[in-house]
Ligand binder design. Sequence first.
Ligand SMILES: Nc1ncnc2c1ncn2[C@@H]1O[C@H](COP(=O)(O)OP(=O)(O)O)[C@@H](O)[C@H]1O
Ligand SMILES: O=C(O)C1=C[C@@H](OP(=O)(O)O)[C@@H](O)[C@H](O)C1
Ligand SMILES: [Mg+2]
Length: 307
Amino acid sequence: MAETMQEACAPDLSLRIGQRVRACRAARAMTMKQLAGESGISLPYLSRVEKGDGNVSVAVLSKLAMALGVEIDSLISEHERFGADYALIVELLKRQSPQQLKEIRGMLLQHAQTPQAGAPRRIALVGLRGAGKSTLGPLLAQHLGIPFTELNREVEREAGLSLDLVFSLYGQAGFRRLERRCLDRIVASNAPVVLATGGGIVVETSTYEVLLHSFQTVWLHAAPQEHFRRVMAQHDARIATPQLRDEAMRNIEGAMHARRQAYALAHTHVDTTNKSVEHLVQEVAEALQGLTQAMAQTQPSSEALSF
Ligand SMILES: Nc1ncnc2c1ncn2[C@@H]1O[C@H](COP(=O)(O)OP(=O)(O)O)[C@@H](O)[C@H]1O
Ligand SMILES: O=C(O)C1=C[C@@H](OP(=O)(O)O)[C@@H](O)[C@H](O)C1
Ligand SMILES: [Mg+2]
């Protein structure tokens, strides 16, 4: 059964699409009749789309985008909410190479990441399940003399439910909203902390951006087989049968593949393969010290961004 966007999405999305189509058409000084003709959509149907009352299929959206000479995502996005500069910056960024984008992000973060006198020490451990975040976190915190927080426990406390129930009652999206709320609260508390995050925090870009911006982040990693071996050794109920085990291994490999680039954005990376937990506490502490020194030496540039 063909599912239309109207059925799949909230009504305000239809309204937004309608407003975007109308605004793009107006900016191009096109009449409704012209747009209908150029896109091959009937005039009455286009009128309904613009009123936010059409069952807009992806095919119709694609025809409209083509006739307006815009990318289909610009008819769905909320970019205009952030103003004209935002839209121009997005276009400017689209023309940069991955390396240039890395440099631009670094420049934008330079001020935020230069340690300010008296700023709280905030460290976040990221990585796939079995990375050792929950194991190393409290030991690292003890070593540094600052408190430890497990973000998933904060989510459970916020929801008043176990993590499994949060997922089954609110779904992945509900969990991510709670995770963000808890992270925001930790940032706002302005206290030093070693934070063990959940393995999936990197998938919600807006949450991960807050984490990268506000914490010194450490990616703890190992080969997928090692992550799997460690999770297996925890005798998790989710991998109690051979089928579940196969699925779990594929899941870990798939997640590592899909998340590798995001994890790699962390400020420092530590390979945990064949290293004892005690050794790793030292190694992570040294990596963080190196990072703090490197950040202190990087003077915020007063030059204009030149890209
Ligand atoms: N460096 C390590 N070498 C071997 N086993 C480890 C190491 N770090 C953690 N483990 C074990 O792996 C399992 C998963 O660790 P955990 O800290 O719960 O990972 P995470 O919180 O990142 O999912 C635990 O049983 C833990 O004892
Ligand atoms: O990798 C993931 O997608 C998840 C990892 C879990 O955290 P841990 O990494 O602490 O196990 C937990 O947040 C949730 O089950 C989702
Ligand atoms: Mg954990």
